[in-house]
Design a protein around this ligand. Structure first.
Ligand code: CIR
Length: 253
């Protein structure tokens, strides 16, 4: 069970965030409204939400998930692979020191963004991507093992982060799109296949009894409901314009 979440209000500079989406520039005012809607969804899942101040130095800083990995035993401050995002870790570290006595770090030459890390109980799948390299992944595996957990790597082919196209929703169920539907690493899971038109909804977020699903992806919502979950739909198209999905907008612990 999760009890807390950390989010960061988008900064005005959000409109200059990294993207490969070709969906146009985000509208800042709309993004603020969508972010508030997202916070309400987290609160509906009974999470106590800490809202951090916007940080104009880092356009992508609202995507807090990438700067840290939170486990039941320790927090790990990452080392983002995107040069424009590296400095995001300083402000997150200050906040995490309020919650964790044990904080570990990913160091150069290792890089890691936690959008590439999917938790399945005590095991963590780590995507090797343009943002997360093998060195960073192995540093994380060593940290996890030192705390009684484990990790393994998954090679990504075309997506930004691992969780861009695969999410664990408990009960041995994965939402998987594209390259992850038949990935041998996930052969022992029950897979809910997400079709190409709904790939964005493969990044849905399991929180306690609920799953947050982006609004408008009805096949995915129905499949998740049929698996026995309560679905909360959240409207985040301004963040989609920056390749951001639902999981990237919070740290849950
Ligand atoms: C980036 O490219 O870094 C941001 N525009 C989007 C980050 C999305 N984060 C995630 O999937 N965990």
């Amino acid at each position: 069970m999760f009890s807390k979440a950390i989010v960061r209000t988008p900064c005005k500079n959000l409109v200059n965030g990294l993207t490969s989406a070709n969906l146009g520039k985000p509208d800042y005012e709309k993004a603020l409204i969508q972010h508030q809607d997202y916070i309400r969804a987290l609160q509906k899942c009974c999470l106590d939400v800490t809202i951090l101040e916007p940080d104009e130095n880092y356009p992508d800083s609202t995507f807090v998930e990438d700067a840290a990995l939170l486990t039941p035993h320790c927090a790990i401050i990452t080392n983002p692979g995107a040069p424009s995002r590296k400095g995001e870790i300083t402000n997150i570290k200050n906040e995490l020191e309020r919650h964790y006595s044990k904080i570990e770090y990913i160091n150069n030459p290792g890089t890691l963004e936690a959008g590439d890390v999917m938790m399945v109980g005590d095991h963590y799948y780590i995507g090797i991507s343009e943002r997360t390299n093998t060195d960073g992944a192995w540093q994380l595996i060593n940290i996890l093992e030192s705390c009684g957990m484990s990790g393994s790597t998954v090679l990504l082919k075309g997506v930004l982060h691992l969780k861009t196209a695969v999410s664990y929703i408990g009960n041995n169920i994965l939402l998987a799109a594209g390259e992850f539907i038949d990935n041998v690493e996930f052969k022992n899971f029950n897979i809910i296949k997400i079709n190409d038109e709904e790939t964005y909804a493969a990044n849905s977020v399991w929180i306690n009894d609920y799953v947050l699903v982006p609004i408008g992806f009805t096949k995915t919502s129905k499949a998740i409901e049929s698996a026995g979950y309560k679905v909360i739909e959240v409207d985040v198209p301004e963040f989609q314009k920056l390749d951001g999905g639902l999981s990237c907008l919070s740290l849950r612990f």
